[in-house]
Design a protein around this ligand. Structure first.
Ligand code: SF4
Length: 349
């Protein structure tokens, strides 16, 4: 159960990097988070059973982990004081409350939002299970800026296998999509996010199709790379190949900035072979480094959520250096595209 006092939650988990930025812990960090990442505190496991998640009911991982990050717990009053300081000093732009699935979680989220906003009016994102329209309305009325309902999987079949029926979990694809539509009705376009994890067994084509579908709905899809965590059902599953992830990042950038569309892209055996824009535009986009930054709510950079700081870096928490961009170009094989060839011809060479 959650530890609360009266109607206020007393403890909350904070990602290690966030704890350092908020002055709650000491340590050296390679890249500071620009969003404060919080996780609801619950003495037990999530009631859902996502195959990749250390918090899942059937996982034997540490309960203070989410993805590869450790989340120590603190008193809410210390965390909110740290948030006020860091927000006023311009160190953080946003707070993200990630919520496990357990009875009473909605009250805990509302209590946290209230506590944070009693200190300062920082924009808050809430990443939670699919709530009904009343639940979303309560979050909006409490002052929540954005809501994220994570699809995680890019296809219905994979969704069922990793977090739905096939995983012994409570989630259903249709209900998730319905909840995203309800959230859009309450909050409006541009204030609803979802998370998509690349590397769960889908093809690039399937993944990019889903990015386009979310964009057309008005939902922003934040993209992450699958990360195997010991103790989870997918502990021995491989990470996505970096060249594939780079193509997905570029396609995601093109679609979410309305610079092109899925229908104009070309695929061969499920792999992206043509981005559907000119070589010149493609080069500009890649050289900007922007497609390779962490995607998501404004201000979200989630340092090293998918990867070790020593690399390979899937999502860059800050602008990639020139050297990084050269490496990225080699990973994508961009020389061939600029020379007017596409991947299918590269394979024939
Ligand atoms: S995109 Fe970032 S800030 Fe938004 S819900 Fe996801 S993790 Fe939180």
């Amino acid at each position: 159960m959650a530890v609360s006092s009266g109607d206020r939650v007393k403890r909350v988990r904070v990602s290690l990097g966030t704890a350092i930025v908020l002055g709650l812990g000491e340590g050296k960090i390679n890249a500071e988070p620009t969003t404060a990442y919080l996780l609801t505190y619950f003495e037990g496991r999530c009631t859902a059973n996502c195959a990749f998640c250390p918090q899942a009911r059937g996982s034997s991982s540490r309960t203070d982990m989410l993805s590869r990050v450790i989340w120590p717990d603190f008193e809410v009053k210390d965390v909110t004081a740290g948030i006020k300081r860091a927000f006023e000093d311009g160190k953080i732009e946003r707070v993200c409350i990630q919520a496990l699935n357990y009875p009473g979680v909605q009250d805990d989220i509302l209590s946290l939002v209230k506590s944070i906003h009693s200190e300062c009016y920082v924009p808050i994102s809430v990443s939670c299970q699919p709530l009904n329209p009343t639940g979303i309305r309560m979050l909006a009325e409490a002052g929540v800026d954005r809501v994220s309902i994570a699809l995680d999987a890019a296809t219905e079949k994979i969704f069922s296998e990793v977090k739905g029926e096939g995983a012994g979990g409570p989630y259903r694809w249709d209900r998730h999509l319905e909840a995203l539509r309800s959230a859009l009705q309450v909050l409006g376009r541009g204030r609803v996010t979802t998370h998509l994890i690349a590397g769960l067994g889908e093809s690039e084509k399937e993944f990019i199709y889903m990015v386009q579908k979310c964009h057309d709905m008005g939902v922003f899809p934040a993209v992450f790379a699958f990360t195997p965590i010991p103790g989870t059902r997918m502990a021995n599953y491989p990470r996505p190949p970096i060249d594939s992830y780079r193509r997905i990042q570029v396609a995601h950038y093109i679609i979410t900035r309305s610079l092109g569309r899925y229908e104009k892209m070309r695929f061969k055996n499920g792999r992206l072979i043509d981005f559907g824009i000119s070589g010149e535009d493609l080069k500009k986009i890649i050289l900007s480094g922007e497609p390779f930054l962490t995607s998501g709510c404004p201000g979200c950079n989630r340092p090293y959520y998918n990867e070790e700081p020593r690399g390979p870096i899937y999502n860059f928490p800050r602008k990639p250096s020139q050297r990084d961009i050269m490496e990225i170009m080699a990973q994508i094989g961009i020389d061939y595209i600029i020379a007017g060839k596409s991947y299918d011809r590269v394979e024939e060479c």
